[in-house]
Design a binder for this molecule. Structure first.
Ligand code: GLU
Length: 303
């Protein structure tokens, strides 16, 4: 392996459904420091595959906020909305391998089936052996089989019985859009990502992503799921819980709050320093081992 290929590659992959909030800042800071402190590259990808959820101007606003906070990314920013051909090729490979099947079922037809790990309906298998007579394909699903095990650098050893916990999952949705699970796997592989560092709200997606990597013959990155930030009511910070944009806080203070959340101990005075100084401190002191694994509430001014 050439030295350059051994160099880690991390990434931050925000969905442009609103401004950058404190929850995504944590993923940005954690992924950035994990890559950079190992001499690695850090990539930025805009996850706008779910076009109906894309808010016009949000991607530009997120990029501007990241720049203001002193993040520096390598190479061009990739946008999923321009990557449809690569997703089509991956779906074709899944079809050719007999791993994907067309599905005619509507949500209403699945209303009685059990819930999966992330609260969706587990697919009852109706179209697994072929479309029922007179029905046409709405979506494409992947056959979920086997036990997936992986070691998460923060959350510890994980295992998922795919059929039980996720069920046959959608890779091409009924509205014609590719599912996040497929897009993220194809994009990470193409970019040579070796480490995925993101919020623990995505821990449940990881087994499906590893499954797709296995079916498509793609390398498996390492996984690090950071604790999820909540508001005082214990709800995950997101655009839905009206998380305030990180922009409302002075940049150094926002970075210092993110570092504290991640279990690091930056001196209080850094919150008033130029951002370059916060980054100098963070590069010298970042310790993944100090990151807590539990969800935590953050102060009102950040939620
Ligand atoms: N786009 C996802 C989000 O904003 C992150 C996906 C990932 O990091 O794999 O929550």
């Amino acid at each position: 392996m050439s030295p350059d290929r051994a160099r880690p590659v991390g990434r931050f992959a925000p969905s442009p459904s609103g401004a950058l909030h404190f929850g995504s800042l944590i993923a940005a800071v954690g992924s950035f420091l994990e890559a950079r402190t190992q001499g690695g590259r850090w990539l930025l990808r805009i996850e706008d595959v779910d076009t109906p959820r894309t808010v016009p101007g949000a991607a530009e606003a997120i990029v501007a906020t990241l720049a203001r906070l002193g993040f520096e990314w390598d190479g061009e920013i990739v946008c999923q909305s321009r990557r449809t051909e690569a997703y089509i090729a991956a779906l074709d490979a899944l079809k050719a391998g007999g791993h994907a099947f067309a599905c005619a079922c509507t949500r209403r037809e699945m209303a009685d089936s059990a819930l999966t790990r992330d609260g969706a309906r587990r697919y009852p298998g109706t179209c697994r052996g072929g479309l029922p007579r007179g029905r046409s394909a709405r979506a494409w699903r992947v056959r979920a089989e086997g036990m997936i095990r992986f070691d998460d650098a923060v959350q510890g050893p994980q295992r998922e019985d795919l059929a039980q916990e996720s069920g046959d999952y959608v890779v091409l949705r009924a509205d014609g859009l590719f599912a996040y699970q497929l897009a993220v796997v194809v994009d990470d592989a193409e970019a040579g990502v070796t480490q995925v560092v993101r919020g623990a709200d995505l821990l449940d997606s990881t087994a499906r992503q590893i499954h797709l990597q296995q079916l498509l013959g793609l390398p498996q990155p390492s996984y690090t799921h950071l604790p999820v930030a909540t508001n005082a009511a214990g709800e995950k910070l997101s655009k839905q819980t009206l998380a305030r944009a990180v922009d409302a806080a002075p940049p150094a203070a926002a970075l210092v709050a993110a570092l504290r959340f991640l279990g690091q101990a930056p001196p209080t005075a850094l919150a008033l320093a130029p951002v370059a100084e916060v980054w100098r401190w963070a590069h010298a002191h970042w310790r993944l081992a100090a990151v807590p694994h539990r969800r935590q509430a953050v102060a009102d001014e950040l939620s």
